[in-house]
Write a protein that binds this ligand. Structure first.
Ligand code: ATP
Length: 262
């Protein structure tokens, strides 16, 4: 059901999530931009695991390393040192071509700005990852995914003929179509009004609960973080706190603490 929060064990772990099985694991990841005195350490010896089948938010003050974390975890950027394992694969061992193929077939992305191709129809946008991966289009799964995200009847439209919320639904359908091991979302509700944002969060929750996907989302919004199973807080490029089954109030309070401290 849309918007349903997963049931939890007494310890707070959502039922269905196996915390011992990481979909993504970062081990001692450091990422430096630039060299010498002007070098910036965006991630500083970060170790973190994302449980398979969980919905995780990454939060932290501006400049704390959230985007860098997401980019390194998703193989969009390479750490300066440390390892990232996703679905049993050490991303550092893949060359550029293998990494590109890995991203296309095993990872889904959702961005704040939707990143749809304006000249393609909704259906063509959704099936693009399959075509890029050289896979055939399975019409049943396209119908299944478009129905799940509420886009039935809009497949022939172009992005400019859709609302922001509908465009983000297309982006989520496009991320789901390959049944990736992990979906990474960078501020997916940042450009949407609160009601539409809530619908999109419900959809991401549904992908976790009903489709058993793993979703990792960077957000600034405590109301969005409240919908997740766990929040990983970064501060100064390090993991500062973790919060399971977070309430918006708890998230706000940790965020104020971290802003004061950094
Ligand atoms: N390409 C880059 N070159 C140099 N420094 C960078 C680069 N990208 C990020 N940084 C720096 O790395 C640090 C972490 O940046 P990052 O974008 O990961 O933080 P963030 O938490 O996502 O920030 P925000 O919430 O403002 O988007 C910041 O100090 C930033 O200025």
């Amino acid at each position: 059901m849309l918007g349903a929060r997963g049931r939890r064990t007494p310890s707070g772990t959502p039922i269905g999530i196996d915390p011992s099985r990481s979909a993504v694991r970062l081990t001692q990841v450091t990422k430096e931009y630039g060299r010498g005195p002007s070098a910036v350490v965006a991630l500083d010896d970060v170790s973190a695991g994302i449980a398979a089948g969980s919905f995780t938010a990454v939060m932290g003050p501006s400049g704390s390393g959230k985007s860098t974390f997401l980019h390194c975890a998703a193989g969009l950027d390479r750490p300066t040192s440390g390892t990232v394992r996703l679905g049993g694969e050490d991303l550092g061992e893949l060359d550029e071509k293998e990494l590109t193929r890995f991203r296309r077939t095993r990872i889904g992305f959702v961005f704040q700005s939707f990143n749809l191709l304006s000249s393609l129809t909704v259906e063509q946008n959704i099936t693009l990852p399959l075509r890029l991966a050289g896979a055939g289009t399975d019409h049943d799964s396209v119908r299944g995914v478009t129905a799940a995200v509420g886009l039935t009847g809009l497949l022939g439209r172009r992005p400019a003929e859709l609302s922001g919320g509908q465009q983000q639904r297309v982006a989520i359908a496009r991320a789901l179509i390959t049944r990736p091991e992990v979906i990474f979302a960078d501020e997916p509700t940042g450009a949407l009004d609160p009601d539409t944002a809530d619908d999109i969060l419900a959809l991401l929750r549904q992908a976790v609960t009903d489709l058993h996907q793993t979703v990792v989302m960077v957000t600034h919004d405590p109301a969005a973080a409240r919908r997740t199973d766990r929040v990983v807080f970064l501060a100064g490029g390090r993991v500062a706190r973790r919060l399971d089954a977070p309430s918006a109030e708890q998230v706000k309070s940790v965020m104020s603490e971290l802003r004061r401290a950094h």
